[in-house]
Structures are given as structure tokens and as C-alpha cells.
Design a protein around this ligand. Structure first.
Ligand code: FES
Length: 78
């Protein structure tokens, strides 16, 4: 299971708390904690945390990760 940005060792639960309590958006979380500034492999998980409130995930497939990175309401091109 994936529950944190391992590059800076910050959990998705801690990021969710910052999002909720300080109204930080994705970029605000990056600026505050340094998450996503290493390998960036955590970005789709963090975006899913912000969208869904979940803080622990199975490893995403490439398709699931790409979907997590899309802005809300956008569908993939066919
Ligand atoms: S896991 Fe978050 S930057 Fe590498």
C-alpha cells in the first residue's frame, strides 16, 4: 500500500490535514512540505487524496495514475 511521499517522508494523511485545516491546494502542499519535489511518483496519489479523502492506496496502474492527474471533468481523448 502507498500512504506517503517517500522522498520527503510525509504521509497523505498529514497532507490531507493541511489541506483541510489550512485550505492548501496541491501547489500549496508542495510549497509547504516539499512533497512531489523528488521523483514525483506520489503526485497522482496526492491528487487522489485531495479528490477523494483517501490516504492509503494500492499501487496505481498507469491508466489510474493518468486519470488521477487529469483535471476534474476531463475525459481522455479517444
Ligand atoms: S515519492 Fe514524492 S517526490 Fe518521490
Amino acid at each position: 500500500m502507498v500512504d506517503r511521499c517517500v522522498c520527503v517522508d510525509v504521509t497523505f494523511a498529514a497532507l490531507k490535514r493541511l489541506h483541510r485545516e489550512e485550505a492548501l491546494d496541491f501547489q500549496g502542499l508542495v510549497d509547504r512540505t516539499g512533497c512531489c519535489t523528488g521523483c514525483a511518483g506520489c503526485e497522482p496519489y496526492i491528487r487522489l487524496t485531495l479528490k477523494t479523502g483517501r490516504t492509503c492506496f494500492p499501487v496505481l496502474t498507469a491508466t489510474e495514475a493518468a486519470a488521477a492527474m487529469r483535471p476534474p471533468g476531463r475525459r481522455p481523448r479517444r
